[in-house]
Design a protein around this ligand. Sequence first.
Ligand SMILES: [Zn+2]
Length: 315
Amino acid sequence: MATVTAHALGAGHLTIPERFFVKPADPDARRTVPSLSFLVQHKDARSGKTTRIVFDLGMRRDLSLYPAALESHLTSRQPISTDPDPVASLAIGGLSVDDIDYVMFSHVHYDHVGMPRDFTNKKTKFIVGHGALDLLNGKTKHDLGKHMVFESDLLPLERTIELPPPEVSDNPSPNHAQFKWKRLGPFPEAIDFFNDGSLYIVNSPGHLPGHINLLCRLSSTKFIIMAGDACHDVRLLTGERDIATWTDETGKHCCIHVDIPTAKENLARLRAVTKDGIEVDGEAARAQVELVFAHDFAWEEDAVKRGRFWPGKVQ
Ligand SMILES: [Zn+2]
C-alpha cells in the first residue's frame, strides 16, 4: 500500500483572541498558537523517485515584508514569532528549497503564505485551490476584517497551478487532466494526487475561497488530515463550542469564515472522519484519521514531545 511520510515544520506563532473563533468565549482570553507547516514526502514504488511537498508556509519571517495594510492587524496578533520559518526548519533536516517539488497552500491568508519567494527553483510548483488566484488578484473581495489583505504578486503565475473547480466530473478540462475531483468517504470532492491513494487534496470549503486540506496515508490503518483553517479550536470538533460571530465597531456582522453554513457542513465531515475513520473504496477496513489544524497548539506541544517535527522519526 502506498503511503507518504509527514513531518511538521516550525512556521511561527501568533496570538489570537478566543472570541473571534469560538462561542461562547471568554472575552479576554488570548492564546499564542502555531501556524503550522508540513513536509510530506512520497516515494514512487516503481521509479523510486521521491516527491517533496510543503503544505503551507506559515508566518513570514520578516513582518516588515507584509503589506502595510496588515500592520494594525499584525499589532493585534502580538506576540508573534517567526523563527524558525519553514526554510530554516527544512534546513534542520538537511533539505533546502531546491529539494521541494510542490508548495501547496491550504488558503492564502497572510498567516499561511509565508515567503513563497524563497522557492526560486524553476522545478518548484505552487498549488492553490480554485478561487485563490482571484482573491490574490483582487477580482474576489470579501469585506470581512483587517486580515483580508492579499498580494497580487504573491506567487509566480508561470509556476502556479490553480486546481479546477471542485465539481465531480468524468471530463476534466485538458488543463487539469491530472487533477480529478472524486468522492472520498464523507468528502464530496478529493483529488488522489499521486494516483496511488497515498495523498489526497480534499476540498474544504467555507473558510476562504480555494480552501483545501491534505489527507495523507501514513500506514494501512492511519491517515492524518491537515485541516488548515477549517477548524480553529478542538472544541469545535467535540461540539463544546460553536463558530464565533461578532459585530464590529461599525455594526458589521463578522465571522472568520466567508460562508458559515458551508464551514459548518465541512466541520461536520471533519468531525465524522476523526470519530469514525474513513473507508476508502476497495479496502476491507476503515482507517483511523488524525486531524491537525494549522493553529493546533495542543497538537504542536505533543508533536514536539513525540519528535514529529522534521527531521524526527517517520510516522
Ligand atoms: Zn485563514
